[in-house]
Ligand binder design. Structure first.
Ligand SMILES: CC(C)(COP(=O)(O)OP(=O)(O)OC[C@H]1O[C@@H](n2cnc3c(N)ncnc32)[C@H](O)[C@@H]1O)[C@@H](O)C(=O)NCCC(=O)NCCS
Ligand SMILES: Nc1ncnc2c1ncn2[C@@H]1O[C@H](COP(=O)(O)OP(=O)(O)OP(=O)(O)O)[C@@H](O)[C@H]1O
Length: 208
């Protein structure tokens, strides 16, 4: 079973992914792959330097993420073009590495693809059997990302505006978890229920 896990920025996808990994799923994290591709000497760096200039590469040979965020998620007229250029470089590389990691799953192991832009991408929707959406209010998204990453509220709001809407995500969902005001134990309980229903594949035998 191939499950796509998605949600807006700060919705709690990575938190859910970690709980599913602990449960035994093979989780493939496209944000982590993207970060590896843009880490020092990452495979995407030559194309990024060619497209955006050497200034976009920091002194360690990695993508200058804060600078790229200001450009691609910013308000300048060239922002949309920059975001598209970056995506055209990264998305094929992310897709190839995702396929490589998926091939390493154990037979019968539930596969979970953590993809922030699943609702935006026909490519990804065509590669999963089911979609689990992690949903929460925009106020919660903003509060979480400010606390986790130290971004100003306006930056989080701009990313939210660039992403699919909550309604668009819910429209492609086979299951939705409303991760608003849930304790981690309650979130875990919601996932346990889905797991037992066989959402991620045949449910575990009793007692396992
Ligand atoms: C712009 C970049 C450098 C900013 O890096 P930074 O470390 O500050 O943020 P991070 O990568 O942790 O992203 C934070 C969140 O932003 C959102 N986000 C990332 N990329 C995009 C995008 N292309 N469109 C809309 N939202 C995005 C996601 O919710 C993500 O979880 C980085 O996000 C990036 O390289 N994005 C392009 C790659 C991409 O599309 N990744 C999505 C996974 S398929
Ligand atoms: N139910 C919850 N209770 C408490 N904290 C939570 C809960 N869900 C998520 N968080 C916290 O909110 C922050 C955002 O969650 P997480 O990183 O999982 O979101 P994400 O959807 O992966 O975000 P992004 O798209 O930015 O990568 C994290 O600091 C996480 O610990």
């Amino acid at each position: 079973m191939r499950v796509g896990l998605t949600g807006g920025i700060g919705s709690g996808k990575s938190t859910v992914a970690a709980l599913l990994s602990a449960r035994g799923a093979k989780v493939i994290d496209t944000d982590a792959i993207s970060r590896a591709l843009t880490a020092p000497q990452g495979a995407a760096l030559p194309a990024i330097a060619a497209a955006f200039g050497a200034d976009m590469v920091d002194e360690h040979g990695a993508l200058d993420r804060a600078r790229m965020r200001q450009l691609a998620f910013g308000q300048a007229p060239e922002a949309l073009q920059a975001k598209q250029t970056l995506e055209h470089i990264l998305h094929p590389l992310i897709q190839a590495e995702t396929a490589r990691q998926a091939a390493q799953a154990e037979p019968g192991q539930p596969l979970v693809f953590d993809v922030p832009l699943l609702a935006e991408s026909a490519h990804w929707r065509g590669r999963v059997d089911k979609v689990l959406v992690i949903d929460c209010s925009e106020a919660t998204q903003i509060r979480r990302v400010m606390a986790r990453s130290g971004w100003p509220a306006q930056e989080v709001q701009r990313v939210i505006a660039l992403q699919a809407t909550r309604a668009e995500r819910r429209a492609i969902a086979d299951a939705v978890i409303l991760n608003d005001g849930l304790s981690l134990a309650q979130l875990q309980a919601e996932l346990d229920a889905l797991w037992q229903q066989g959402f991620f594949g045949p449910a575990a035998a009793p007692g396992v």
